[in-house]
Design a protein. Structure first.
Length: 101
């Protein structure tokens, strides 16, 4: 989670996670699920609609669709029994990173 602090302005953060003691040459699946200003943000979409007090069924379906977190999958291969996973987390963003061993 990259949230606002009262002590400093919030900026994008690069996060590197290194896992060791994995099988050499192993191939694993990763999945990231993120919510931030660009992904899974129905509030921003509602505000772009002009903040209607009442919405149509079409608008409701649209807001429901844009409220879903972004999900992405990738394959990673260990190198010498280790793997480093990197991601950039925008301000006020949160990300769940799953590694399937």
């Amino acid at each position: 989670m990259n949230h606002q602090s009262l002590n400093r302005p919030v900026e994008a953060a690069r996060i590197d996670i290194t896992l060791t003691d994995l099988p050499r040459g192993g191939v694993f699946e990763t999945e990231t699920t993120r919510v931030d200003a660009e992904n899974g943000n129905a509030l921003a979409a509602w505000e772009e609609m002009g903040r209607p007090e009442y919405i149509t069924e079409k608008q409701r379906l649209f807001l429901e669709a844009v409220s879903m977190p972004e999900r992405a999958c990738a394959r990673v291969e260990t190198e010498n029994g280790a793997v480093t996973l990197s991601l950039c987390l925008p301000p006020m963003g949160v990300c769940l990173l799953s590694l399937y061993l």
